[in-house]
Design a protein around this ligand. Structure first.
Ligand SMILES: Cc1ncc(COP(=O)(O)O)c(C=O)c1O
Length: 491
């Protein structure tokens, strides 16, 4: 079925309504230091070739259950979602070090569609002003647009109430907000915080700090032999002392999914709250906070095609209402006296100072863009891409991919972290970039405890998004084989 999709018509700055809202230990090499590459860079021939259209419509199916490709009549090849959406991302249309850029570092940050660039431009051209403070036209316009962005985020994750969305700088700040506000006022000596060894540092370090301050104990869930967090162990570690469970939804290293709905039921049974790090799920699939019944959930805009500098915390309204402020200053108060202050209701209570107004509005425009494609369409396409990436990579000799193999019952995110016997991942990433224009990540991906549990210090990671294609996976695999040949022939 072919249908027409249109970008949201750039209404990022609505007219003011004046109704103000609220107020394997596989590779020894992976444990060693990288080689110093003696490889010269090719010049970048034409970075300007990135120019693309500012707005367009494309044929795709907004029907979220439909396959993520479009069949044309008369036997023409159908286009994949990657091919359809590619022109929306002009940055991808460039030559890097003599080759067509293949951007496979999306788990670190995603690229930005023209719909966002246009929304940001429009905001700064026509409504830039501070929010919640001014009575003038521009301030009202900016306030309305900013609060509309909050409503869009709330709808996107199906929050019951838009006041449950707090804008933060990123997911890291959102976790720190919960740690310093909820954690410091609810945790006591002997209380337990349960995390998995596969958490991002952002979901570990704030709890170490809070544990040190409160006397609470941080407990870690390990991995199974399939290299996924051991859910049985997690269940077994839940006791009446467990006050908080902090888990990722999708692992940024293993590509595995955790059964959040079950974890929430088990945790609530012992009276523990659940914080979900949804940085790698919200950009790629439908996430429904009410269905999952999570207490807190965090995500970053920049990983979901939105701007940097903004992220959000979802928190159940009764929890947010009971929490003290995280940061003090303007915007978060009700009244300020010389010796004390009273605080605003959530979400303002947690948004001290001038927020990232343009960025939040940009996130709203990005959500319009993602929704116009459909999150289920994106998820279905990426599931297919994930399998293709996994199996193509598995065919490379002496290469180990971390995490589970995809199967009928096991889905993987479209990312693979891997090591190649006797070649340091940073050498792989450097050679791929300098010789083939392929961007992947190497290192510990902010998951050192996980890498230790896997028996390595670092790995290479290729992470894809809906604008990537199987042809790019082929180019990456070819480039990787060339890289391995280079290093094995010089050994
Ligand atoms: C699973 C996960 N959690 C948390 C973060 C932290 O995100 P940010 O740096 O945007 O706060 C990341 C970023 O890589 C991530 O992948």
């Amino acid at each position: 079925m072919a249908a027409s999709l249109h970008f949201p018509s750039a209404s990022s700055c609505p007219l003011p309504t004046f109704s103000r809202l609220m107020s394997s230990p596989l590779s020894r090499a992976a444990k060693s230091r990288p080689f110093l590459l003696a490889v010269s860079s090719f010049p970048n021939p034409d970075p300007k070739s990135a120019a693309g259209p500012w707005s367009r419509s494309y044929a795709a199916s907004p029907d979220t259950t439909a396959a993520a490709s479009v069949a044309f009549p008369s036997g023409r090849k159908s286009l994949s979602l990657g091919e359809i959406t590619r022109p929306d991302f002009p940055i991808l249309n460039q030559v890097v070090n003599g080759s067509k850029l293949v951007y496979f570092d999306n788990a670190a940050t995603s690229q930005k569609p023209v719909a966002l660039l246009k929304a940001l431009n429009e905001y700064y051209e026509s409504c830039n002003s501070n929010v919640h403070r001014g009575v003038h036209y521009l301030s009202a316009k900016a306030t309305d647009a900013y609060e509309e962005a909050r409503s869009k985020v709330a709808k996107f994750v199906n929050a019951m109430d838009r006041r449950e969305i707090v804008f933060t700088r990123n997911a890291t700040e959102a976790i720190n907000l919960v740690a310093y506000s909820w954690g410091l006022s609810n945790l006591n000596t002997g209380d337990e915080i349960l995390v998995t060894v596969a958490e991002h540092h952002s979901a570990i370090v704030p709890w170490q700090i809070v544990a040190q301050k409160t006397g609470a104990v941080l407990k870690f869930v390990g991995l199974t032999k399939e290299e996924v967090p051991n859910i049985d162990q997690l269940k077994g570690l839940l006791t009446k002392n467990t006050k908080l469970v902090v888990v990722h939804h999708v692992s940024n290293v293993l590509g595995s999914f955790l059964p959040i709905d079950e974890i929430v039921v088990w945790s609530h049974d012992v009276g523990a709250k659940v914080l979900v790090d949804a940085c790698q799920s919200v950009p790629h699939m439908i996430v429904d906070v009410q269905k999952l019944d999570v207490d807190f959930l965090v995500a970053s805009s920049h990983k979901m095609c939105g701007p940097t500098g903004v992220g959000f915390l979802y928190g159940k309204i009764n929890l947010l209402s009971s929490m003290p402020p995280f940061l003090g200053g303007g915007e978060m108060i009700s009244d300020v006296f010389e010796d004390y202050s009273t605080y605003a209701e959530p979400p303002s209570r947690f948004e001290a100072g001038t927020p990232a107004i343009g960025e939040a509005i940009g996130l709203g425009a990005t959500i319009d863009y993602l929704s116009s494609i459909g999150m289920e369409t994106i998820h279905n396409y990426e599931k297919d891409l994930a399998k293709y990436l996994y199996y193509q990579l598995s065919s490379v000799p002496n290469l180990h991919i971390y995490g589970p193999a995809p199967s009928e019952t096991v889905d993987r995110a479209a990312l693979c972290s891997f090591n190649v016997e006797n070649i340091h991942p940073t050498d792989i990433a450097t050679f791929l970039d300098e010789q083939h224009g392929v961007a992947i990540r190497s290192g510990h991906h902010c998951a050192q405890p996980l890498h230790r549990a896997l028996g390595v210090n670092s790995s290479a990671r290729a992470s894809l998004y809906f604008y990537n294609t199987k042809e790019e996976v082929d180019a990456f695999i070819q480039a990787l084989k060339d890289t391995i040949d280079f290093f094995t022939s010089t050994l």
